[in-house]
Design a binder for this molecule. Structure first.
Ligand SMILES: Nc1ncnc2c1ncn2[C@@H]1O[C@H](COP(=O)(O)OP(=O)(O)OP(=O)(O)O)[C@@H](O)[C@H]1O
Length: 311
């Protein structure tokens, strides 16, 4: 005998609910289960994984921790990271994401934007400058604690920069969306050569690298010394309204940091760390000044590819 219709419907509804639940239980949502700042984790990662960046480490740790712990931020956190290639700007942005979002860089609430890749055609700027704010607005309305990483900021079109300025500002809300929980990280090489100059001056004066303080680098990061037209523009336009909370300098890396990066890379590739292998690889890289070979030209960027030839 067949079961009565209401029982069949009930069983079907139950199965459907179970399927729906099992499908959704692991779906990332904008809540504490998925977004939970690990203050100690960030501190430890910055202290143990980021090499040779004592100034940036201190500023970033303070800025991010202070902002996330603040009950009532008046604006989103805006960090601008500056320095030459391969010094750890993308890397530290990843460490930040990893200690806020359970899904790390794969989180739906972490957004990486590279103007030259996402918006490559200058002729389409009028469309882009509508799309970019819409994209930010859409993401923050889904999750107020969104993280935006803008790479190659110095190559971004001035009108695009203008289009995102309102979201970095002190507004309570814009069209019903509040941006005060969001974090914006801008990455650029702008000012990198000035930071290098400070590091070189310290080295020539026989002073320890660790003596370099943020105040020694402030001129290097100041607007007056930026000569690139675009980076000058974005810097002016963000600085003039105090939209950037912290300008963070990344120092050029030395031989000993290349060794640290190399050993860490060996471990992450599943090898036993081998100092001889790493030293051989490190010696084959390019350094400046030419004679003394103090600072690495490409920072740690080429290490993952180079190491493969040595292990
Ligand atoms: N200071 C550092 N400490 C530890 N690892 C580093 C550091 N700098 C670079 N690395 C390693 O090198 C890789 C490339 O560095 P990263 O992408 O962060 O450089 P970048 O400063 O963003 O360079 P670019 O300006 O060219 O984008 C990182 O993924 C990391 O593995």
């Amino acid at each position: 005998m067949l079961p009565p219709v209401p029982v069949v419907i009930g069983v079907f509804a139950g199965v459907a609910a179970l399927v729906n639940w099992s499908f959704n239980w692991n779906k990332e949502v904008c809540d504490k289960k998925w977004i939970n700042f690990n203050e100690e984790g960030l501190k430890k990662d910055i202290q143990t994984k980021l090499f040779g960046q004592h100034v940036a480490a201190q500023v970033i740790l303070k800025a991010v921790t202070g902002f996330i712990k603040s009950k009532n931020p008046k604006k989103p956190l805006v960090l601008s990271l500056h320095g030459s290639t391969g010094t750890g700007k993308n890397f530290v942005s990843q460490l930040i994401a990893e200690n806020i979002y359970k899904n790390k860089m794969r989180s739906n609430f972490v957004h990486l934007f590279t103007a030259t890749a996402h918006f490559p055609h200058k002729a389409h700027i009028d469309t882009y400058k509508i799309q970019l704010p819409e994209w930010i607005r859409g993401n923050v309305s889904i999750c107020p604690r969104s993280l935006f990483i803008f790479d190659e900021m110095d190559k971004m079109h001035p009108e695009l920069i203008d289009s995102i300025k309102p979201y970095l500002d002190f507004y309570d809300n814009l069209n019903g969306v509040s941006y005060r929980q969001a974090i914006f990280i801008f990455l650029s090489n702008a000012g990198g050569e000035n930071i290098v100059q400070v590091a070189l001056d310290f080295w020539r004066d026989g002073r320890e690298r660790e003596e370099i303080q943020l105040k020694d680098l402030e001129t290097a990061l100041s607007l007056s010394v930026f000569n690139n037209k675009n980076s000058g523009f974005w810097h002016t336009s963000l600085i003039d309204k105090n939209l950037v909370d912290f300008f963070v300098p990344f120092l050029p890396l030395e031989f000993k940091h290349i060794i640290q990066c190399g050993l860490a890379e060996m471990v992450s590739k599943g090898h036993d760390p081998d100092i001889e292998v790493v030293e051989t690889m490190a010696r084959d890289l390019n350094y400046f000044p030419k004679e003394e070979r103090v600072f690495s030209m490409q920072g740690c960027k080429v290490i993952p590819a180079r190491l493969d030839f040595y292990v």
